[in-house]
Design a protein around this ligand. Structure first.
Ligand code: COA
Length: 318
């Protein structure tokens, strides 16, 4: 994982907008978030995380067959941010492309990587979640700007022979485009083209119906998590650690309650980073592992929900 050095605390936000540390903490569980420097784009953050993941896996960049970057804050419209990461780390033998599923990005990317590995098509897939949400946040909108942060996380998925299923056991992804208005960045290029006129910066910021999102998020994440466990003949008692998308402490608590997973089996780090969209699960995975919370043979349950509306879950035997 890699997060920018700059920390933005709730206390600092109190000075900029009409809010309080207490409100943010009780409604979201967030105390602080990281903010990228001007020269730190998603590809820069992603490349840092990618190098760390490759070193951890004992691989060199030239071993990588495919680079998938999950991001909703790409460096530019094109080329893909994955191509910039490729250039940055020198993964010269890889194909590279981006996945756009916003906060569900990492599990969407995981489902693609899973197919490449299980089919035998590729040996090593570098999967990255990288976001600079601070660039698309309306810093005058107190209902959204408190939520988001910047960061990146990466994993390497490799094919190996094993006596029994290990690694990613299954992924389950869904979307419902009729809910596309819940969370969105309205500005773009494909719908309206570029008129050459004045651009309204707010069109390039996150718009969100927080309350409605909250309700659907809890139900979808809980339902798909149940489905993922049942698909593998597992129950919530088999889960060693749940690593949910870090959107809101209250969403995480409500999903855990619905599933019957006790709090001590749920990994939470939203307090330090806020919602880092596609980067949140790989950052949480990395910290959970470093904290000694992930052991061989453990069953991990990942759950996500994001704009689209998109949602999904994955079950991993570590
Ligand atoms: N500080 C203080 N007050 C705030 C505030 C802030 N930062 N943001 C909103 N408020 C106010 C609102 O203006 C409203 O005031 P009013 O009653 O006078 O109109 C009040 O708090 C309640 O607003 P509401 O939006 O109903 O609060 P909420 O309990 O739903 O919490 C969110 C707002 C955004 C924290 C919550 O809806 C949420 O987390 N939703 C999910 C969003 C999410 O995770 N999206 C990403 C999914 S991947």
């Amino acid at each position: 994982m890699y997060v920018p050095e700059k920390v933005l605390t709730n206390a600092e936000l109190e000075k900029r907008i009409d809010t309080s540390d207490e409100w943010i903490l009780t409604r979201t569980g967030i105390s602080e978030r990281r903010i990228a420097r001007k020269d730190e784009s998603s590809s820069v953050l992603g490349a840092h995380a990618a190098r760390a993941a490759l070193a951890d896996a004992g691989l060199s960049p030239s071993d990588v067959d495919v680079i998938i970057v999950c991001t909703s804050t790409p460096d530019v419209l094109f080329p893909a941010t994955a191509c910039f990461v490729q250039r940055e780390i020198g993964a010269n033998n890889a194909a590279a492309f981006d996945v756009s599923a916003v906060c569900s990005g990492f599990v969407y990317g995981l489902s693609i990587a899973e197919q490449y590995i299980k089919s035998g098509r590729y040996r090593h897939v570098l999967l990255i979640g990288a976001e600079v949400n601070s660039r698309i946040v309306d810093w005058e909108d107190r209902s959204t700007c408190i939520l988001f942060g910047d960061g990146a996380g990466a994993v390497v998925l490799s094919r190996e022979e094993a006596d029994r299923p290990r690694g990613v056991l299954s992924t389950h992804i869904y979307s419902d485009g009729t809910l596309s208005d819940l969370i969105r960045v309205p500005g773009g290029i494909g719908r309206d083209g570029f008129s050459g006129g004045a651009i309204d910066p707010r069109q390039y910021c996150i718009h969100m119906m927080g309350n409605q999102t909250f309700k659907v998020a809890v139900k979808r994440m809980a339902d798909v998590s149940q489905e993922a466990l049942a698909f593998n003949g597992l129950s919530t008692e088999d889960v060693s650690l749940m690593v949910p998308h870090q959107a809101n402490q209250r969403i995480i608590d409500a999903v855990g309650e619905r599933l019957g997973v006790p709090g001590d089996k749920v990994y939470v780090n939203i307090n330090k980073y806020g919602n880092t969209s596609a980067a949140s699960i790989p950052i949480a995975l990395c910290e959970a592992r470093e904290a000694g919370r992930v052991h061989p043979e453990d069953v991990l349950l990942l759950g996500v929900v994001g704009a689209g509306l998109t949602w999904g879950a994955a079950v991993i035997r570590w």
